[in-house]
Design a protein around this ligand. Structure first.
Ligand code: ADP
Length: 408
């Protein structure tokens, strides 16, 4: 089965066309600057042939038309007919409390996603736009939604409740949801596979460190806690997001600087984190290079970033009553030996010992022979998780249909 995986953002769409049976991508790319001047589509085929197309791409529908156009094209494409796309899988950021698993998209599901917009005002509207565009362009192709929140939906109440009046949780569904679910699931399963151990008997901590960063505590195959919360703002320090902060600080700044709710949101989401502390960049490569040049604030940013990961490593080991494996993933986790080294330093008492040579070489297992905890560096593949979930749902649908037909 061939699945088109779509990740629709407010002004961009990332896509991957995946042969879900062979677990291989056939084409991937991105449309950027949707609705702006200079919109551009970059497309890459499995044989590394690539192309860049600049066009007037006014909305998500036109962007998806462009994607299909290039996938169908004689010179750059991978399919002969639209019907060669067996299913479409969407990354949907917020499933709220309704969705604890991936689902087939129906009108009812779209209605619930619309009701959940308040929980993810930046993310769910473009996700819905992408789904509706595909409904128009590929009306007979089944679509599935795979939620960032789903993997964390079985967290115990002690991990998801905030210390606010319980009525507010019930009334507004204010609780920890957690995000990056597909990534945490993928790399934790992969870790068990690499270790040759039973996934359902392991205590694993995963650190997804990209522009957004989160950690998850995964006990016996279930996410039992995670650092992101009601929104993807809580927890670790990120490129431009503050992560954990005393809530009073926000009220204090709003009072002092006369900020509106919207402005306070922008401050915490766009001007904080590595950017805010360093005053230099949200990009970890630039932070590390500034640290090497003795840039004082870049050093503060680098230290806060690593220290927070280290603190959660301790916290989650305690939460699970032990630790078998710790996994780094995401752009920073996969590519920065400096971050991995700092985070794992001085943790021998927890059974964590990094092998610096393996770490520098970027090997899959980077722990020393004496380390009780297996340390891993695993490239994430959220798109594959989405493609495989979609395949499973659609195959079940086809099977159910054929059973009904047989009965008829
Ligand atoms: P997103 O969350 O948008 O998917 P990525 O997972 O691609 O982002 O991660 C982007 C981050 O990865 C940036 O901070 C970037 O600096 C960092 N990164 C990429 N390569 C390296 C590297 N070699 N060393 C350190 N950081 C890196």
């Amino acid at each position: 089965m061939k699945v088109l995986v779509l990740n629709c953002g407010s002004s961009s769409i990332k896509y991957q066309f995946i042969d879900a049976d062979k677990e291989q991508w056939l084409a991937k790319g991105m449309v950027e600057r949707i609705g702006m001047t200079g919109a551009v589509l970059t497309h890459k085929r499995y044989d590394n042939h690539d192309i860049k197309i600049v066009g007037e791409i006014l909305d998500h529908s036109i962007a998806i038309e462009y994607v299909l156009g290039v996938m169908l094209s004689k010179n750059h494409g991978v399919i002969d007919f639209k019907e060669d796309i067996d299913a479409v899988g969407h990354r949907v950021v917020h499933g709220g409390e309704t969705f604890s698993d991936s689902v087939l998209i129906t009108d009812e599901v779209i209605k619930v996603l619309q009701e959940n917009i308040e929980l993810a005002p930046l993310h769910n509207p473009p996700n819905i736009k992408g789904i509706q565009a595909v409904q128009r362009i590929l009306p007979n192709t089944p679509q599935c939604a795979v939620f960032d929140t789903a993997f964390h939906s079985k967290m115990p109440a002690k991990a998801f409740l905030y210390g606010i009046p319980y009525d507010l949780y019930k009334k507004y569904k204010i609780r920890r949801y957690g995000f990056h679910g597909a990534s945490h699931l993928f790399v934790s399963k992969k870790a068990a596979e690499i270790m040759g151990r039973n996934y359902n008997e392991l205590k694993i901590i995963t650190a997804h460190l990209g522009n957004g960063c989160s950690m998850a505590a995964i006990k016996n195959g279930l996410s039992v806690d995670t650092t992101m919360g009601f929104t993807p703002l809580e927890g670790l320090l990120m490129g431009t997001r503050s992560g954990d902060i005393d809530p009073s600080v926000i009220l204090y700044i709003m009072g002092k600087e006369g900020l509106t709710l919207h402005e306070a949101g922008t401050l915490l989401n766009k001007h904080s984190g590595l950017t805010g502390i360093s005053g230099e960049s949200s990009d970890m490569r630039e932070i590390i290079s500034a640290v090497k040049d003795d840039h004082k604030r870049a050093r503060f940013a680098f230290d806060v970033f690593n220290y927070r990961i280290k603190k959660y490593l301790g916290a989650y080991s305690a939460a699970m009553g032990g630790l078998d494996a710790f996994v780094f993933t995401g752009g920073i986790g996969e590519n920065s030996p400096e971050v991995r080294s700092e985070v794992c330093s001085d943790l021998k008492f927890l059974g964590i010992e990094i092998d610096e040579e393996k770490n520098r070489n970027g090997e899959l297992i980077i722990s020393s022979a004496d380390s009780k905890v297996c340390l891993l560096r695993i490239p994430t593949n959220e798109e594959l998780v989405i493609a495989l979930d979609t395949k499973q749902i659609v195959e079940k649908l086809q099977k159910d249909k054929s059973i009904v037909n047989l009965k008829v």
